[in-house]
Design a protein around this ligand. Sequence first.
Ligand SMILES: *Cc1c(COP(=O)(O)O)cnc(C)c1O
Length: 477
Amino acid sequence: MPKPNLTHRSWAEPYKIKVVEPVRMTTREYRERAIAEAGYNTFLLRSDDVYIDLLTDSGTNAMSDRQWAGMMIGDEAYAGSRSFYHLEETIRRFYGYQHVVPTHQGRGAEHIISQILIRPGDIIPGNMYFTTTRVHQELAGGKFVDVIIPEAHEPASEHPFKGNVDLGKLEEVLRSNPGRVPYVSVAATVNMAGGQPISLANLRAVRDLTRRHGVLLILDATRVAENAYFNQQRECAWPIARIVHEICSLTDGCTMSAKKDPLANIGGFLALNDEGIAEKARNMVVIYEGLHTYGGMSGRDMEAVAIGIEESVSDEHMHARIGQVQYLGEKLHRWGIPIVLPIGGHGVFLDARAFLPNVAQELCPAQSLAAAIYTDSGVRSMERGIVSAGRDPETGEEHKPRLELVRLAIPRRVYTQAHMDVTAESILSVYTERDRIGGLKFVHEPKYLRFFQARFAPVPVAKEEAAEKRTSPLTVL
Ligand SMILES: *Cc1c(COP(=O)(O)O)cnc(C)c1O
């Protein structure tokens, strides 16, 4: 046994485990049947058939004992709930926005802000689309225009802030569409680019540009604390709480999914500084979500979100949270498995084009890879490629995104390092067998957000092709 190296000190989570939830182990034969029955769509698997669930970090957080205690003292009054005022005060304190409109989750807030601000024919520039954000912009008659820097579309580019806005592109959009841009939509971090952060410097420049053009800046704050961790590591050494406040102060309002950063299982809100827009939002929320002091959340949910927000901006929490994501990503990278670099905040993203070069984009390589990983080990991941990108609502043409990714999203405070090891080993095993993996074709394609409910059938690789392209066995470090 080699002696431990004392210059290296291991790191561990800043919590201990009080409650456990057993998970079910299945056989490969069982999983082959389960994924076929699910139409090769990991969204359609039953969670009981999943061993390690990396489908999403949304609503899958493990709540703290303080949050659970908060659930007990939640105030379930229909109007004027104490838990709403706790949430409002917490949002003002940590994010700095004046007006808070609670919603059942993030897309509820996206729906309301889109309906209020967008008129038919408007253009909404943003640092890469997000599925629900874009669909609400389109349903309001708007058109999303991507103004993220080109590096964001390059899986191998190691730009430290791949979530940055291309300022030249944004200025061009603002200049050539006067009066047609109601707001600029900025996400921190950028989910679809692989959980990549935007820099404070870039956000300040975006703020200047939008001010000069008299256009609002709305933040997708879903993972703003994760973004702040990267700002802290790469840009300025402030505490995360201070960076989060700074990011929010550079914008006019935000939509938030409390199922991500705020460490809750459900919830969301719209937060704004402008009283006039807030008044319109309070008016709309009663139609679609619930009264303006609960917006679709129960009192206990609002209590859990309020406490979770405070926990989410702790330096120690975020170090552990992103440290675990980095641990998995670095392991895969060391083994030569193609992933998006730098490793993002909420998950590791496999580059399915490089992983399965034999599978054409039309045959949904990322969807197929996610199905193969599930079959190998019961690890559930998700497609972020041509299936998620959907179709252009006007032409009906498929969007063909440059990024064809499989996302391994890591739920917050849920899994251990051993789960990360098992996951990495399964992906390595699939990688060594990759020339046997074919594509998938749609057999059912829903109109909206098709990735959630689509069903597929396998398109096997031609035998000769597989033999031809067979590469020499991988050497593993
Ligand atoms: C999850 C998510 C949303 C939507 O929030 P929901 O709570 O799922 O409705 C919006 N933007 C981003 C970046 C997200 O990750």
